[in-house]
Structure formats: C-alpha cells, structure tokens
Design a protein around this ligand. Structure first.
Ligand code: AMP
Length: 421
C-alpha cells in the first residue's frame, strides 16, 4: 500500500497550478493598486500567539489547532489564520513607529484540524488584508471593496455581503449579559458545546450551526440594539459609504464569526454555490488586538478569504482561466548517437528564452513524437544523422504537421519568425 496525503489536504497537480498563479497574480495586482504591501510570516508560531489573539474559548483554539512541541518543549502551532501573525510581525518589526497607516496583505497556507468536507480542508490557502492604525469607517469599506474587486476580476457572480457590528468591549459586555439572561432558562435545549459556551463565551452560541441552538438564537436579543453611541455611529457610517457606492449588503445581526478579536464591523461574503460552507471570505475590525498582543492601543481592520472556495465557485460558475502555455519545442533525436548535439541545441534554445525539453532515455523517434504530442509542444525539432552532417535540423509544426529543414545557426531566427506558422 502506498502512502496517501493526510486527511483534509490535497495535491495541486500541474494542470491546476496555472489556475493558482492566475488567481494569486490578480490578488497581488489589485491589492497593490489599493496600496497594500505583501508580507510573509512563518507557517508556525508560538502557540500563545493564537491563544491570546484568537481567543481561548474559540473553536479554533480549543479543538482545531495543530500544536506540537519543539525540541526544547516550547509549544508551536501551525498557523490557523493570518491576522495574529501579521500583528505579531507588525509589533516585532516596529512598524508601529510608522506615522502612516500600515496596509499589508498575505497569501499562504493555513492549518485547521477541522472535520473535512466540501470546501473545508485541514490545509487551505487564504489571502488576507490588514490595515493597521486607523479607526476610520472608510477603511472598513475599502477592505470590502478590494475583496469584491478581486472576486469581480475573477468573474465570480452572485456573491452576497452580510454585515454586522459586534460592538466594543464596553457595549458588548452589556449585550452578552442580556444574551445570557435570555438563554438562561433555555440552557437545557442547547447542545453540550453551547452549554459550555454559555459559561465561557456566550457570544459564540450565535455561531452554532446546530438546529436546536439556531432555534433559540433566532429569537435572542440582537447586538445592534445594544451598541454604544460610538459603535452605532461607526456602523451607520460604514453602511452609508456602502450605500453611496451602491454596494448591496444585508445586515445580519447574529453574525459573530469564529474569532474573538473582532470589534465593531464584522462581515462575511457568501456564495450560494458553496452549500453549507458558504463563506468565501470574511473579516472585520479588531481594534483591541494590537494592544492584546503587547502594543499600544491601535485600531485595525482586515479580511481573509479562502482560495480553494474561490476555485470551487469558479468551477461551478464555469469560469475559465488561461491554460498552461505548453512547451515551445521538443527536441527529438533519430539516433542515440546524436544525444550530445541534441542536448547542446536544447540548451541553446532555452538560452534564447524559449521553453524546450527532450527525452533523456533511448526512446524510438516514434515514441519521442508521441511524447511531444502529449505534452503539447508547438514544434518538434528532429535531429537526423544526415541533416546534422549538413549542420541542419528538421522543424515540424505539430499542429499543421508542416516540416522544414533549417540551418542550426539560423534556428532561433526561424523560430522567432514563426516561419512554420
Ligand atoms: P476565517 O479565517 O475563519 O475568518 O475564514 C476566512 C475564510 O477562509 C472563510 O470564509 C473561508 O473562505 C476560508 N476558510 C476558513 N476555514 C477553511 C477551511 N477549513 N477550509 C477551506 N477554507 C477555509
């Protein structure tokens, strides 16, 4: 028995890698246009960063992290998300000394030990945006627009924006009290996890997908009724900017998202094409996180999106992308005696900037032609005994099957001219 990929992970095969390049290029192009700069943080961090950053009683921290000790017994965790690492890097690299707002983006793998299902993996890729150093509601909207522009450029349709405000420490505390009072005599109907959440982090109950809990949540008080003046005003401005830009959204007062660091705006972008895991991306403000991780009080807002889910929607909506370019030239030799010349010419072609390859085993010319065909080479260059004695090679256009003898010294010129069409 051969060994398989670990549960919840997948290989990205050569036929699909162009799709990934294409998507990542669009992400980079658009975010650069919006003034974001790319940051790359390690794939693992000290566990404490996520416990403090994401929240001790979140699902991610309690049951989804891949945690392991290093050789000295320090606890490390494969990053389950990108915001806490970016804030760590922001503080560690003294970006907080910048007088300007810091705008960063990242693209990379994240790891969560979740139950794998359609659209939910244990290793998945996210792109994310973080704007650190401003409390302006305009930026909340900019983050949403930048994400929407990426989706639009990729051709994704029928996406919906769900938006909410989860308030600040002060007004949320009042709401949580109200929520607890409401749930108190219904506790017996909650799932066992939510009974636990009731004590440790009642807001998380709003995020439970179980039917019984959903039923209770439906009639629970909503947080937007308890926002303080500042949070109310902030939410009003976010909605008003969205209205000005004619961006359609739905206020979803029970949207709390799976991470504890959110304050004020929290939002999700969903697609009907994704089934149960319908979120293609989500984000919000995290005005307390920088301070929580040891910095000065610094407001911030961000967004993260799953690239695999974007690809699922693209596939379902039958959206194409540029295919692999294919090889320019396959070098085939009539006899093994010509393999040295073939290898030299192969390198010459590559040095001229064209893509080229050859067969390194002693295959017959027929087999070599079959390979050239299979890999989609535009031309095959055939090196025959007789031609090479005249310093010539045969170029065959694989599409038109037209053949032409060309001088070796003139080879690159001929190819560049596209003399065979
Ligand atoms: P989050 O970091 O939980 O806010 O998630 C942001 C986005 O990442 C989600 O909207 C999904 O598109 C994607 N995502 C989160 N978890 C997974 C997962 N286990 N598998 C695939 N994509 C995921």
């Amino acid at each position: 028995m051969f060994i398989k990929v670990p549960k919840g992970t997948q290989d990205i095969l050569p036929e699909d890698t162009p799709k990934w390049y294409y998507i990542k290029n669009i992400i980079r192009e658009i975010l650069t246009k919006y003034g974001y700069q790319e940051i790359r943080t390690p794939s693992f961090e000290y566990t404490e960063l996520f416990v403090r950053g994401i929240g001790e009683s979140t699902d991610i921290v309690t049951k989804e992290m891949f945690t392991f000790p290093d050789r000295k017994g320090r606890s490390l965790t494969l990053r389950p998300e990108g915001t806490a690492p970016v804030v760590r890097a922001y503080l560690e690299n003294k970006m907080d000394r910048s007088s300007q707002v810091v705008k960063l983006f990242y693209i990379g793998p994240m790891f969560r030990c979740e139950k794998p299902q359609a659209g939910r993996f244990r290793q998945f890729n996210q792109f994310g945006i973080e704007v650190i150093g401003t409390k302006s509601p305009v930026v909340d909207v900019e983050v949403i627009i930048a994400a929407l522009e990426i989706y639009k450029k990729l051709g994704l349709k029928n996406l919906e924006i769900l938006i909410n405000s989860v308030g600040c420490k002060r007004c949320r505390a009042i709401y949580v009290q109200k929520l607890k009072e409401f749930i108190k005599d219904k506790k017996d109907f909650l799932c066992s996890e939510c009974v636990n959440r009731y004590e440790k982090n009642p807001l998380r109950i709003l995020d439970c997908k179980k039917d019984n809990c959903q039923k209770i949540i439906k009639t629970a008080p909503i947080i937007t009724d308890y926002l303080c003046q500042e949070c109310k005003q902030h939410f009003k401005e976010v909605k008003s900017y969205l209205n000005d830009l004619k961006i359609k959204y739905y206020v979803e007062p029970r949207l709390v998202r799976g991470l504890d660091y959110y304050t004020k705006t929290s939002f999700e972008i969903v697609s009907g094409e994704l089934g149960a895991q319908n979120a293609i991306g989500g984000g919000g403000r995290y005005d307390d996180l920088v301070e929580e991780l040891g910095g000065k009080p610094t407001p911030a807002v961000g967004f993260a999106a799953g690239i695999e889910r974007m690809i699922i929607v693209m596939n379902q909506q039958k959206i194409g992308w540029p295919k692999n370019k294919g090889l320019d030239i396959f070098v085939a030799k009539v006899s093994e005696r010509n393999k040295n010349i073939a290898f030299k010419l192969l390198q010459k072609i590559r040095n001229a900037g064209l893509s080229a390859d050859m067969d390194y085993s002693a295959k017959s010319l027929k087999s070599q032609m079959r390979i050239a065909h299979k890999i989609g080479a535009k031309y095959t260059m055939i090196i025959g005994e007789e031609e090479i004695s005249k310093n010539m090679v045969t170029l065959r256009n694989m599409k038109t099957k037209e053949q032409k003898e060309v001088e070796v010294d003139n080879l690159i010129n001929e190819l560049e001219k596209g003399s065979l069409g």
